[in-house]
Design a protein around this ligand. Structure first.
Ligand code: SF4
Length: 81
């Protein structure tokens, strides 16, 4: 999976299964987004992919859409790639 769609939010298998890893990864991803020039702090959306980031960061297969991504997809239950 190279990126995600809003429909992926509806399926549990698309989330990072390990709760501790999920918390760590999503927190780190959102921290990166909050420091990004493309992040809309009011809407909490990415100005490039237009996703609502507090949701997108929870999906294992999600990644930053920039040509040089600021964060990448993770293999479920694995460390960040
Ligand atoms: S997904 Fe990437 S481009 Fe979008 S706000 Fe986050 S770091 Fe910035």
């Amino acid at each position: 999976m190279t990126d995600v769609s809003p429909w992926d939010l509806l399926q549990r298998r698309n989330y990072i299964a390990n709760k501790e890893v999920a918390k760590k990864v999503s927190k780190e991803r959102l921290k990166i987004c909050k420091g990004c020039e493309n992040f809309n702090h009011l809407a909490k959306t990415c100005g490039v992919c237009h996703c609502v980031m507090p949701f997108k960061v929870k999906l294992a297969g999600a990644s930053c859409p920039l040509p040089i991504p600021k964060w990448k997809a993770v293999t479920n239950d694995e460390e960040m790639q």
